[in-house]
Design a protein around this ligand. Structure first.
Ligand code: BG6
Length: 531
């Protein structure tokens, strides 16, 4: 079933379906003929956590506001903390939506009806009885709301308890492999910490669920601008002919954040920016930027192309590691006018930690399209500002007839896709400076989402939760995809582990990273962009 935005047009208040009916295919889930989710219950494991408050409930509330939720719908928060029952949980969630929902403040009348479908279930993740009680509770809720036992589970807990939750769901008879009524599970990141643990987790999940029931989430795929990469590349005729090694000199993808580890020192020590941002978010962005056109927009077709791309990445061997990867850590500095501590001074961080908060990589995609083109990725905390963007640098004209105004030669032709903030696309090229001389100056051609569409893009979680409710897995990660990206990243972690423990180069917080990162680029290449 076609499932991406080109086939989906939202009206002002509700979703207008422009789908053609497709025949039922027993191998795939979610084959619905229209884009309204079926009645269902969403169960969130880890309901007392930050993600539930900041993202999940606000996203559900916004979906309710846009009338995109099913006619019969309930959400059950499952957590260890005895928080005082349904009413207290509802109040907490209302406060969360008041703070974090895209449309604020919460509409009292809407909240009244929406909150009647919110429940709280106290239970220890290890306690089989808590799942038996959950089952009884879900049956009551089904009966009350007229829901035909469709269940969407959401794992928003630390990954260490994923296996035990999945095992207990299976043992309590809460998972049906049937197509109707259906069961699905959304799994939050991190999905494993290396290739082996990702494979183990995939096996554990698949003892209970079919692959088509598993929705591995990466919130970057819910961002409008990330999805727009597909429409930009494959919905227009003018860019794709240039999107290859004949015309592109290099690609740079940056995910810079001004924040530090924000009280998550313990987590970050285990992860580092490579696991936190690169293996998942940046690799997804890279895949959509560089993959081949899918044959159609079905989830299998899109994900096949991403897997092919990941498998074409040239592996970085242990002895090459310093030539292709630079890691670094922030020291104390100034960010947006404020003094901030260094990484080693953050709570929960070891005084001699070698966990990276900055990483830059030079990658090669060994295929016909990208043969000679380096793809540079960079992710970091405590940069001067938050910005995620992709810049494609085109080759210079083969012969330079003109001088740029400052005598520096050709004006680079750049195409920049700003994923966030100030979502948009800019093309940077040389234009004649008015006057008698034939000199060039750099100018920009700009597209801005806000100005073009007059609205802010929706939150990533709104789109992704809705898609999971609909059974559309196009924007979720498949088992082989997660394993292919870990296969590449784990090799780098292994190489780092084999290096003698050595202090990392530092960059002062509030700067664009260590000088060493410039060394990844050849002398004739552009430098890292400082957006
Ligand atoms: C999360 C990471 O997945 O993505 C965080 O764990 C990071 O460390 C965040 O800050 C960035 O997401 P966004 O949407 O703000 O770019």
């Amino acid at each position: 079933m076609p499932s991406l935005c080109v086939a989906r047009h939202r009206g002002r208040n509700r979703l207008r379906s422009v789908y053609t009916l497709v025949p039922m295919n027993p191998l795939r889930d979610g084959l619905v003929s229209e884009r309204t989710p079926e009645p269902q219950v969403l169960v969130i494991f880890g309901a007392s956590g930050d993600l539930t408050q900041r993202k999940l409930l606000p996203a559900l509330y916004t979906l309710a506001r846009e009338r995109l939720l099913p006619a019969a719908f309930a959400v059950v928060g499952f957590a260890r903390r005895d928080a005082g029952g349904d009413d207290v949980f509802r109040e907490e969630m209302r406060a969360a939506c008041d703070r974090f929902a895209r449309r604020k403040p919460v509409d009292a009348t809407l909240w009244e009806s929406f909150s009647r479908g919110i429940f709280y279930h106290v239970g220890d993740f290890n306690d089989a009885d808590a799942y038996r009680r959950l089952k009884a509770r879900l049956e009551e809720i089904d009966k009350h709301f007229g829901i035909p036992a469709n269940r969407l589970f959401y794992l928003s807990t630390p990954p260490s308890v994923f296996p035990v939750i999945v095992g207990n769901l299976g043992a309590a008879g809460l998972v049906s492999r049937a197509y109707q009524p259906w069961t699905r599970i959304i799994v939050e990141k991190p999905f494993g910490r290396d290739l082996e643990s990702a494979q183990v987790l995939n096996r554990q999940l698949k003892q209970v669920f079919r692959e088509t029931q598993i929705f591995r989430i990466d919130h970057y795929l819910g961002k409008e601008t990330v999805q727009n990469m597909l429409t930009f590349r494959f919905g227009n005729g003018i860019f794709e002919p240039l999107w290859n090694e004949r015309h592109v000199e290099q690609v740079q993808i940056t995910a810079a954040e001004s924040i530090g580890v924000e009280g998550r020192g313990g987590y970050f020590e285990e992860a580092g920016i490579m696991r936190d941002m690169v293996q998942n978010h940046l690799f997804q962005v890279m895949c959509l930027t560089t993959m081949e056109p899918p044959v159609n927009l079905e989830s299998g077709a899109v994900r096949d192309e991403k897997v092919k791309l990941l498998k074409s990445l040239r592996p970085i061997h242990e002895e090459q590691i310093d030539r292709y990867v630079v890691r670094s850590q922030y020291a104390a500095g100034q960010v947006l006018g404020e003094s901030v501590p260094g990484y080693l001074q953050e709570p929960g961080v070891a005084h001699d930690s070698t966990t990276e908060t900055f990483v830059a990589l030079k990658l090669h995609v060994d295929n016909w399209r990208w043969g000679r083109v380096p793809i540079y990725l960079r992710a970091a905390k405590r940069m001067p500002k938050k910005i995620t963007d992709i810049t494609v640098k085109f080759r210079d004209a083969p012969h330079q007839l003109f001088q740029s105004g400052n005598g520096a030669g050709a004006v680079p032709n750049l195409l920049t896709i700003r994923i966030q903030p100030d979502e948009g696309i800019a093309i940077h090229f040389g234009s004649k400076v008015p006057g008698p001389a034939m000199t060039l100056a750099p100018v920009n051609m700009e597209f801005r989402y806000g100005a073009a569409f007059g609205q802010d893009p929706p939150e990533a979680y709104e789109r992704l939760i809705l898609d999971a409710m609909l059974g559309d897995s196009t924007l979720f990660i498949r088992d082989d995809e997660t394993e292919a990206s870990w296969a590449f990243i784990s090799r780098i972690h292994d190489a780092w582990a084999a290096q003698r423990k050595r202090a990392l180069p530092y960059y002062p917080a509030g700067t664009w990273g260590p000088e060493e990162a410039d060394g990844l680029m050849g002398p004739e290449e552009a430098t890292w962009r400082k957006p």
